[in-house]
Every structure is written in structure tokens, then in C-alpha cells.
Design a protein around this ligand. Structure first.
Ligand SMILES: Cc1cc2nc3c(=O)[nH]c(=O)nc-3n(C[C@H](O)[C@H](O)[C@H](O)COP(=O)(O)O)c2cc1C
Length: 199
């Protein structure tokens, strides 16, 4: 069945609006402070919020990426920028914001592990998204290749050696060569428009 006429009309209005109001030509974008009141949000900040919201319409899974930091400490962060790149050689990617507190540690790490979270790991996702939190407290990790911490109960895990780092605006794109992987086949944790979901 085709799109209902009313829906088609709504879409074309939206597209017109998008052409007029969502052109992102100027860079760099200022950082949006979470403390800003609606009346303090500038036009450009609003553009970034609109852009981020539009990107949120792309449904993803959730991963936690772990590695060993420069001082030998465990580091990790929640990331939904994960994607597959190549089957042969086996390559995957994710991107890290340059203003993350663990940014320099991840930049220096030659190995990392990407855990695809199951639908029972929402709490862990929240914990690893929180800056300053003791992310690994009470989490029993195994030691993976090059000592990289491996979290329990994941749906799938890819242990990688760093293959490339690419400039990506306010992020750096990390490409990993998959050395080992495990697929437990659990139901995934899903992220859509800023909310967790399930399938
Ligand atoms: C669902 C979700 C997905 C996220 N994806 C990413 C990502 O792909 N890259 C990134 O740099 N930050 C991402 N973040 C934010 C980081 O998890 C967060 O900034 C980081 O863990 C903060 O900790 P840190 O200060 O120790 O780096 C995401 C957060 C959430 C909740």
C-alpha cells in the first residue's frame, strides 16, 4: 500500500521545511551546555540539536568499548557509533568524541574490545556513559588480548587491534582489525531517538 495522501502532504511540508531550515553550512559548531535554558539557545545551537535529533532517527544497537589506559587502568565508554567496515580483512569502526575524558587514553591504546550489549544491559550502558563514574566497580571482567578488559553478559564481542585513526570533526574514527570474536546471540539493546528500545 502506498503512502496515505495526508501523510504524503505532511512529508512534503517537512521536506520543504528541511530545505529551508536545516542547511548546515557554517562550522565549527559551538558546544551546547546542558545547563542552557531554552531562551539561551542560539540559532546555531538549535541547528545542532535538530541535526542530532535527525541522526537519532537512525536506529542502532549499543556497545561498550574497553581498553587499557596509559597508566594501566581499565577504560571504557558506551558508544553507538559502531559499524562494520570489511569482512575480509575483518574490520569494524567506532568514533570517539575529542572532549571525552578518556579520549587521550583511547588514542594511545593499540587494542580495544567492542561489546554489543544485550537487552538486559541497559544499566551497564548508562554507567559507561557517565563521566567521572567508577565504571568498572563490581563488574567482573576477564582479561582479553593485550590485557583488554572483557565485560560479562554481552551479546557479541569483537577484540581488535587498532588499524587506523581518522580525523572526523569533533570525533576521531577508530578502525579496528578483529582478532577474535564471540557471538552469544542474545537479544540486542536498541537505541532510537535518544531512548532505549527492544526488538
Ligand atoms: C547511547 C549512547 C551512545 C553513545 N555513543 C557515543 C559514541 O559513539 N562516541 C562517543 O564518543 N561518545 C558516545 N556516548 C557518550 C559517552 O558514552 C560518554 O561521553 C562517555 O562515556 C563519558 O565518559 P568519559 O568522560 O569517561 O569519557 C554515547 C552515550 C550514549 C548514552
Amino acid at each position: 500500500m502506498g503512502i496515505q495522501p495526508i501523510m504524503r502532504a505532511a512529508l512534503s511540508v517537512h521536506n520543504l521545511y528541511a530545505q529551508q531550515h536545516y542547511s548546515l553550512k557554517e562550522t565549527p559548531y559551538p558546544k551546547i551546555m546542558s545547563t542552557q535554558k531554552p531562551e539561551q539557545i542560539s540559532g546555531k545551537d538549535q541547528q545542532i540539536i535538530d541535526f542530532r535529533n535527525a541522526l537519532g532517527s537512525f536506529t542502532t544497537g549499543i556497545t561498550i568499548v574497553t581498553a587499557v589506559g596509559r597508566d594501566g587502568q581499565k577504560i571504557g565508554m558506551t558508544a553507538n557509533s559502531f559499524n562494520s567496515v570489511s569482512l575480509d580483512p575483518a574490520l569494524v569502526l567506532w568514533s570517539i568524541a575529542k572532549d571525552s575524558s578518556c579520549f587521550e587514553d583511547f588514542m594511545a591504546a593499540k587494542s580495544f574490545a567492542i561489546h554489543i550489549l544485550s537487552d538486559e544491559q541497559q544499566e551497564l550502558s548508562n554507567r559507561f556513559a557517565k563521566s567521572g563514574a567508577d565504571k568498572f566497580a563490581d563488574v567482573e571482567c576477564l582479561e582479553g588480548l593485550s590485557g583488554v578488559p572483557i565485560l560479562p553478559h554481552y551479546s557479541a564481542c569483537f577484540q581488535c587491534s587498532l588499524e587506523h585513526q581518522y580525523e572526523g570533526g569533533d570525533h576521531i574514527i577508530l578502525v579496528g582489525k578483529v582478532l577474535e570474536f564471540v557471538d552469544n546471540g542474545h537479544n540486542p539493546l536498541v537505541f532510537y531517538r535518544g531512548q532505549y528500545s527492544a526488538i
